[in-house]
Design a protein around this ligand. Structure first.
Ligand code: NAP
Length: 539
């Protein structure tokens, strides 16, 4: 069989897994290239994160206009954001608008969950298996599976016995859930739990929050966007995207170059007051440059936020329960809130610390802790995700010689630029481990463009296989580990350090994401492309 014959055996040139923000943009870019592309999407609609996470109160934590795609001037001209931090239904509408505008649906197969991806060495192609038993061959495999898309449930006994309604926030149903007037439990107080709690508290009969470790939250300060304001934002788009490109993590906020101790106590307090009053992540991303490196600086800012919590929560005991004691401000992802702390002042909202009184089991009617039984109509699990590598682990992904990616990464998480893995030729990851995450769509656009350029380069030069040599993988992985050193974030258990006690084998901290700057990441990738991808084995 000639190479040509082998090629025509493939069903597609490229298969993309996932029709979220990265999969949609990847499809747009490949569309212009006369390639046979198929996107397999497990959901029934586009949107990924913004399709699945339709829980009460779900919304952006990044400014809407910094989060939307920047690649199409027409799209920027046509789409009006209505809130500075858009709610999930608006974002889902936006992504549907994008899918329609660029006529993307004809290449997307919905309700198509990929269960396996096996590299066929003989044919130099990938065999993609779906849940329905079908198989599809492709030259290139692009994973657009998202870093936070594999929901995890706690391992409490009796979960299945509960006779009321129960939902994981990341698998929220499309049909409305009526919690008004009902007895509701929320388990989990990460960014998702916080958004859910403050929304449900508005109409619930009685809400009980089961908190393991509290997080440091900061006011979101959302506002509607008027037509006139949107016109101003539109004019400012070039500047907005420039700010994002120049910032360390692609947000509109950049650290203040000063160190916390460079200024007087009065100036520090005034600066933090101003940041606490500002919308968005300014206090996390735009703070003094050393708050995530210097323990004393971090202690001071944590004390400031603790004082705010004490001011806002009426009951001193509840306030103390809401103040983290095991980590400093910003060392885990900072949830943004709107009257979250005030919800605990409502007579119908209770906080249960399950560090003090652990959940023993879920019963048919509610939750049994070590000191009481509470009855509920609805239990909401806001218990997070098997992050970064979890959505890869859920696919039986096998490279050269049948090597399992899951097993390989359990031994050691290694990538080349977060895009390729040794032994997994022609598999390109969008927002994979070891890439710069931050304000994700900005990183997605770069990642997709880079992968598309590499595919172009291969086609122009008659190349059919791309794989990183171990030396390139080692150099990038070592660099990723090196840049994480000295960061307080890496001394803390969180999804960002690969910890998930609900998932077997994920109890040891790892360096799962690139903690260096996004501009550096881009310059490094640009350099590789400019040099003709010589760090890869192309054949
Ligand atoms: P998360 O931050 O991992 O929080 C999960 C919560 O569930 C934590 O409070 C955790 O407690 C608790 N939990 C997990 N297993 C438990 C168990 N067995 N028993 C009791 N409690 C348990 O997950 P998330 O809130 O879904 O957020 C994940 C990420 O998604 C965020 O950090 C953010 O990056 C992203 N997100 C973004 C937005 C946005 O931009 N608008 C909104 C929501 C989420 P411990 O802390 O003790 O582990």
């Amino acid at each position: 069989m000639t190479d040509k014959d082998k090629h025509t055996e493939f069903d597609y040139d490229v298969i993309v897994i996932g029709a979220g923000m990265s999969g949609l943009y990847q499809l747009c870019r490949l569309r212009q290239r006369n390639l046979r592309v198929r996107v397999f999407e497990a959901g029934t609609g586009v949107g990924g994160t913004w399709y699945w996470n339709r829980y009460p109160g779900a919304r952006f934590d990044s400014e809407s206009y910094s989060y939307g795609y920047s690649f199409s001037q027409e799209l920027l001209d046509e789409w009006d954001w209505t809130e500075h931090f858009a709610p999930q239904p608006e974002t889902e509408r936006y992504l549907n608008y994008v899918a329609d505008k660029f006529d993307l649906r004809r290449d997307i197969q919905f309700s198509a969950r990929v269960t396996s991806a096996i590299f066929d060495e003989d044919r130099n192609c990938w065999d993609i298996g779906l849940e329905d038993g079908s198989h599809h061959r492709t030259r290139f495999l692009i994973t657009a599976v998202g870093p936070l898309s594999a929901p995890t449930m706690p391992k409490f006994e009796g979960i299945k016995d509960f006779q009321g309604e129960s939902y994981h926030t990341g698998l929220w149903p499309k049909t409305p859930v009526d919690y008004a007037g009902k007895r509701v439990a929320v388990i989990g107080t990460g960014a998702t739990g916080v958004q859910t709690i403050q929304e449900v508290a508005k109409t619930v009969g009685h809400l009980t929050v089961f908190q393991r470790r509290p997080n440091w939250c900061k006011p979101l300060r959302n506002k509607p966007i008027s037509k006139a304001e949107m016109a101003e934002i539109r004019k400012d788009y070039p500047n907005i995207f420039k700010r994002c490109q120049e910032s360390l993590s692609c947000f509109m906020h950049s650290p203040d170059p000063r160190k916390a101790m460079d200024v007087s106590e009065a100036e520090r307090e005034a600066f933090w007051e101003q940041q606490y009053a500002e919308p968005g992540f300014s206090m996390w991303i735009g703070n003094f440059s050393d708050i995530l490196m210097d323990r004393e600086a971090n202690r001071l800012v944590s004390d400031f936020v603790a004082r705010k919590i004490r001011e806002r929560v009426d009951d001193p005991e509840t306030a103390e329960l809401l103040i983290p004691t095991d980590h400093g401000f910003g060392t885990r992802r900072v949830p943004q809130e709107t009257f979250y702390y005030e919800a605990y002042n409502q007579p119908n909202v209770d906080l249960v610390s399950i560090l003090k009184t652990p959940i023993e089991r879920i019963t048919p009617t509610g939750i049994q802790t070590s000191d009481r039984h509470c009855e509920f109509d609805i239990i909401i699990y806001a218990t997070g995700f098997d992050a970064i590598t979890g959505s890869f682990d859920r696919i039986d992904l096998r490279g050269v010689g049948g090597e399992s990616l899951k097993e390989k990464w359990r031994r050691a998480l290694e990538t080349y630029l977060g895009v390729q893995v040794a032994g997994f030729p022609n598999m390109f990851m969008l927002m994979g481990p070891h890439t710069a995450l931050g304000n994700i769509p900005r990183s997605i656009e770069y990642n997709v463009d880079w992968v598309t350029d590499l595919i172009d380069h291969m086609r122009e030069n008659g190349l059919t296989r791309s794989e990183p040599p171990q030396a390139s993988v080692d150099a990038w992985t070592d660099y990723v580990i090196e840049t994480s050193e000295g960061l307080l974030t890496n001394e803390i258990d969180s999804w960002m350090t690969g910890i998930n006690w609900n998932v077997e084998g994920k109890q040891k901290r790892i360096v799962a994401r690139f903690a260096g700057s996004a501009p550096y990441y881009r310059s490094r990738c640009d350099e590789v492309a400019a040099a003709g991808y010589t760090e890869l084995m192309l054949s």
